[in-house]
Each structure stands twice: as C-alpha cells, then as structure tokens.
Design a protein around this ligand. Structure first.
Ligand code: NDP
Ligand code: OXD
Length: 316
C-alpha cells in the first residue's frame, strides 16, 4: 500500500503488542516515530511526538509531550484518561468505535443462552452419562434492559431483537429507535424492575460511578440477572454480594471489576450465583485498532475533523 504522505510523528505505546502495532501500521505505509512497550523507552521520544496511540500511557509523561496534537486510545473506554490533568485539555482524545459491538453481543448472548438453555447442567449430565430430559428456558419473549445505548449497546440491541427479546434502554438522552421502551437516568429503578436481563454497557463517569447500588439491586426481579461489561466501578460490589445472598436477583455475570485482575481472594470467584469472565467481552484486536488509527491519520492529513473525539467534560 502506498504511504500516507506527510504524517505526524506517531508514538505507539502498548505494553504487550507494540511490535505488532508497528508491523500493522508499516503494512499500511505508516512509519512510526516509535512503537514501545516500556515507559523508559518513551522518554527519548516524548518531546518529538505529535500523535500518541496508546491504552494506558504513563501519566507522568504527558507533560513531556510538548508537540502533542491528539491522542488515539486503542480501546473504547476512556475513563482512565478523560480526567487526566497532565494531558492538556485542548488535546483531543479519540477513542475506538466499531469492532466492539458485535463482539459484545456475542458475549452477552452466549452467557444468557448458557443460563436459559441449561448448558452447564447438560454438560454435567453428559459427564455422568445421565439421560435427564427437562424443559429449558428461552430468550425469546424476555426483556433485556440495556443501560448505555451507545455504539456498543445498539449492536447488542439489534442482535437481542433477532433472538426475539424485547429491548428496553436507558441512556442520558432517553431515546433509541432500537428499543421498545426508553428510560432516562431518573428512571433507574423502574428500568431495573422491568428487566429480565439488566446489561450494563455504560462508560464510567462521575455520574455513573456506583449507579447500581442497593436501590437498583432491590428493585430487580428475583428471577433477573445483572450483567456488567461496562466498568467495575458502575456497581457497588458489596451491595451486590448482599443482594445476591438475600435473593434479590438470580445472579450476576461480570466481565469487569473494581479491581482488575480480580484478586484471587475476592468472593465473586466462588460465589454460586456469580459468573466471572476476565474483561474479554469485547477485545481490542491489533488489526482493528490499527485500521481505526489509520483512518484518523488520513483525516488529519486531509484536514478533516478527527473521528470519535471524546467530550472530556461529560467524561465519555
Ligand atoms: P458510547 O459512548 O458510544 O455510549 C455510551 C452510552 O452510555 C450512551 O448511550 C450514553 O447516553 C450512555 N450514558 C452515559 N452516561 C450516562 C448516564 N449518566 N446515565 C445513563 N446513560 C449514560 O460508548 P460505547 O458503547 O462505545 O462503550 C461503552 C463502554 O463499554 C465503554 O465506555 C467501556 O467502559 C465499555 N467497554 C467494555 C469492554 C469490555 O470488554 N468489557 C469493551 C469495550 C467497551 P447518550 O446516548 O444519551 O449519550
Ligand atoms: C475497552 C475495554 O474499553 O476493553 O475497549 O474495556
């Protein structure tokens, strides 16, 4: 592929896949100033960098980036970066949009189908050569309440609808053509009370931190499941454990946690009503992230507005 022409000096920082990013970008004709995986290797390059592509950039280095014009986050969530005071407020932060929705829908549907179709029970029966027929449940006709109807929530809604689920949504705007019913943040308890599956796909912001606490959990149906793939900080984890033990909800399927990796001693690991997955509901694949970065480099070169710039004041 032909080169991009004059491109800004691009510094890629990724703790495990820096080399893969350099190769993917090179295949697109993009030469990087550097693609490094250790903070120490950033220091000599920081002063020259005009664009940084990263996930968890060492915060102490932001003030060294005197020529920085924009940042491309190699993921969807930006809660770790939007409030970063060392990153000049006029520097746009772009996030990744596109590849996550379909992956997230597969995670959610797989986990829901596992529960309703009794797949765990079926595997155990097979292991015991035990022929026991039973009537499995179904997703069709059940209500999925999606909190956060953004780029990802909309893709989940489309696919849940294809399974015959009724979709309802909660967002700041309280609007979505993909939902049979929509709610605003003031309606959390009503929203929770009317969902069989309550799926959190919200960004973590000052407004959403701890939003699923005792009140929302108590409003849930005792047969309902809470699913969280947004951020761990959305849930009051202690309140969730209490609610589960009191039978306020059927169970919780959690991909994100207040502390990650989830400590080996955390009660979630062995709780009979909790399913733990290790923050992989929708992953950042190098080829996808490199393509998103490439698009923004092209737009920058052509004088077009960058895509998916975060509103730092609202936090997402
Ligand atoms: P978007 O910014 O596209 O969507 C965010 C949605 O949340 C919008 O619908 C927005 O409302 C809504 N929202 C924001 N604040 C509030 C609030 N206070 N009350 C109610 N609704 C609110 O984000 P994405 O869909 O791309 O991503 C969502 C999150 O998913 C990411 O921030 C990240 O934390 C998480 N994620 C997790 C992954 C995983 O593997 N577990 C992978 C990728 C992302 P409105 O429409 O009104 O603006
Ligand atoms: C993301 C994530 O935000 O992986 O992309 O959680």
């Amino acid at each position: 592929m032909a080169g991009l022409g004059r491109i800004p000096r691009l510094l890629v920082y990724h703790r495990s896949q820096a080399r893969a990013y350099a190769q993917a970008l090179d295949a697109q004709g993009v030469q990087v100033l550097g693609a490094v995986s250790r903070p120490d290797d950033l220091w000599p390059l920081a002063a020259e960098a005009e664009v940084v592509a990263c996930w968890d950039f060492p915060p102490e280095l932001w003030p060294k980036l005197g020529k920085l014009r924009w940042v491309q986050v190699l993921a969807a969530g930006v809660d770790h970066l939007v409030g970063e005071v060392a990153l000049r407020p006029e520097v746009p932060i772009c996030r990744a949009v596109g590849p996550f929705g379909p992956q997230m829908a597969e995670w959610a549907l797989a986990e829901m189908l596992f529960q309703v179709r009794g797949l765990g029970r079926l595997r155990a029966q097979q292991a015991a050569a035990d022929w026991q027929r039973f009537i499995p449940g179904s997703l069709a006709g059940s209500v999925i309440g999606i909190a956060g109807m953004g780029a990802i929530g909309q893709e989940v809604a489309r696919r849940a609808g294809a399974f015959g689920m009724t979709v309802q949504a909660l967002s700041r705007k309280g609007e979505s053509p993909l939902a049979a019913r929509t709610y605003r943040p003031a309606d959390w308890t009503e929203f929770a009370a009317s969902s069989d599956w309550l799926l959190l796909l919200l960004p973590l912001t000052a407004e959403t931190r701890g939003v699923v606490g005792e009140g929302v959990l108590r409003a849930m149906r005792p047969t309902a499941w809470l699913m969280n793939a947004g951020r761990g900080g959305l849930i009051d984890e202690a309140a969730l454990l209490t609610a589960l033990d009191q039978g306020a909800l059927a169970g919780a399927i959690l991909d994100v946690f207040q502390e990650e990796p989830l400590p080996a001693t955390h009660p979630f690991w062995h709780h009979p009503k909790v399913v733990v997955t290790p923050h992989l509901a929708a992953v950042s694949r190098v080829e996808d992230m490199a393509a998103i970065l490439y698009q923004n480099l092209c737009r920058d070169r052509d004088g077009l507005p960058l895509e998916h710039v975060v509103d730092r004041s609202r936090g997402y």
